[in-house]
Design a protein around this ligand. Structure first.
Ligand code: PA5
Length: 453
């Protein structure tokens, strides 16, 4: 299992840390919450307790493996999990490998923006004839994936290709324009469970299709997640990673640590921090509590990469405002190892490195950063992967989704909605001339502009 180390969040080891009493005071509330939660499981849990979603992706295997590339078009929860999985479980140079080197599995491109330079350069890398386009949108109304869909569809048509032989829509089972077009045209479709919101959907067909296309073991992703859930439901507070993650983040927030940094000491794990950023921000950043009181709560998630950001961020973390709790991600086993050559043995600044493993240097730097933070009175915790594989990545997703739900309970807010995203979407619709949204063209409302060229 993934190992969680909360040592440096406690007052024993860090100034202004947490006492056991403070943490224990939430035990009953969390036990009651988890009992109710298990009796009335949310969609993201049910999604890993069934084979339905894995099977729905497996059924498309024959079709998927006729292609050389998959291009995923989605945004937010319809993209970040895919990006995290691919970066964690496929080598950096995956898309540069030949088909033989990839064992026939597909190159994977995930386009989650409407930047024309970015999309153009991805399209430059692929031949539409050998490319599968997976359009992911739960609502089927989000401007960014819809714009990108229209662009790739037009490219397929321009090349004389039949869109339905190059598209898979991943969308709501009933609602939305993608479902409607898919039905009318006989396009292959995957369902996003109706009760699973975007940022909780990585272990549904949203994240599973591109994982399958890249040759990853999607069953192991699900098994890891399921075991994380079972452990969470069965365990008491001090044996319960999700409950402790929630309680410790909540209590540090109450002490003024309103920023949660996730710092990965592994390039492969770095994109988990991106996925976490959305999960923590959109789920917990809320104006109103469950009783309708205005609370404006939320802890700002920040991502960082070790050792790189030791030379960019750690000065601030140690000596700046005491407003952060840091989570380190590390792995005990890298896929590949490099031993630093013994050169310049008469130069003490270099000689100590010779013969050491690069992974030892990186993991020592993680410990060094953590201990330095503790000396400065800054709390941190560590999430260690025994190795980076499907099983442990699945666990990670589930533990953090559960921690988010439990933190929502502690904040007394709804972690599953995102009303604060809506207004910006409506203003964009107005600016892009979508009928029915004219009243949101707020550009007219500015009293006085200040612009400098
Ligand atoms: O978590 C969420 O619900 C959002 O981030 C959505 O995933 C994002 O807005 C994309 O929505 P959709 O999948 O409907 O296009």
């Amino acid at each position: 299992m993934i190992k969680f180390d909360f040592t440096y969040t406690l007052s024993d080891n860090v100034a202004n840390g947490l006492t056991y009493d403070e943490i224990n005071s939430f035990e009953q509330q969390i036990t009651n919450f988890l009992t109710r939660f298990d009796e009335n499981k949310p969609g993201f849990v049910n999604a890993v307790l069934t084979r339905k979603w894995v099977d729905s992706v497996n059924e498309l295997s024959d079709f998927i493996f006729t292609f050389d590339n998959i291009v995923v078009l989605g945004i937010g929860g319809s993209a970040l999990g895919n990006i995290a999985i691919q970066n964690a479980l496929r080598p950096f140079n995956w898309n540069s490998l030949s088909s033989e080197e990839r064992n026939g599995y597909l190159r994977v491109f995930i386009v989650d923006n409407v930047d024309p330079d970015y999309l153009s350069s991805v399209l430059d890398c692929i031949n539409p004839k050998t490319t599968l386009f997976n359009i992911i949108s739960k609502s089927g109304t989000t401007a960014e994936p819809m714009a990108n869909y229209l662009i790739v569809r037009s490219i397929l048509e321009t090349h004389g290709l039949d869109p339905k032989e190059h598209l898979i829509f991943t969308t709501d089972s009933e609602k939305g324009v993608l479902r409607r077009i898919g039905r009318e045209e006989g396009i292959r479709m995957l369902e996003i469970p109706p009760d699973v919101g975007g940022r909780f959907s990585v272990l549904t067909p949203v994240g599973l299709l591109s994982a399958k296309a890249a040759g990853l073991d999607i069953e192991e992703l699900i098994i890891g997640a399921r075991e994380a859930y079972e452990r969470t439901i069965k365990s008491s507070l001090w044996e319960n990673p999700a409950a402790l993650l929630a309680t410790i983040h909540y209590l540090h927030y109450k002490k003024g640590r309103n920023i949660s940094v996730m710092m990965a000491y592994s390039n492969k794990l770095y994109y988990l921090a991106d996925w976490y950023r959305q999960l923590w921000a959109e789920s917990l950043g809320k104006m109103y509590d469950n009783e309708g009181n205005r609370v404006n709560v939320g802890q700002t998630p920040v991502k960082a990469l070790g050792a790189v950001d030791q030379h960019s961020q750690v000065q601030l973390y140690n000596e700046g405002p005491d407003d952060k709790i840091i989570t380190f991600l590390r792995t005990e086993k890298f896929d590949r190892e490099i031993t630093i050559p013994k050169l310049h043995e008469n130069e003490p600044e270099l000689a100590y490195l010779g013969g050491k493993k690069l992974s030892t240097l990186l993991n020592s730097e993680q410990i060094g950063t953590q201990l330095a933070l503790a000396k400065h009175g800054r709390p941190s915790l560590t999430v260690s992967f025994p190795q980076i594989d499907e099983y442990h990545i699945g666990q990670f997703f589930m533990y953090y989704e559960l921690a988010t739900a439990i933190t929502g309970e502690l904040f007394n807010i709804n972690p599953y909605d995102q009303p604060g995203v809506e207004l910006g979407k409506k203003i964009t619709y107005a600016l892009m001339g979508r009928a029915g949204f004219e009243e949101f063209n707020y550009t007219q409302n500015v009293q006085k502009r200040v612009e400098i060229e």
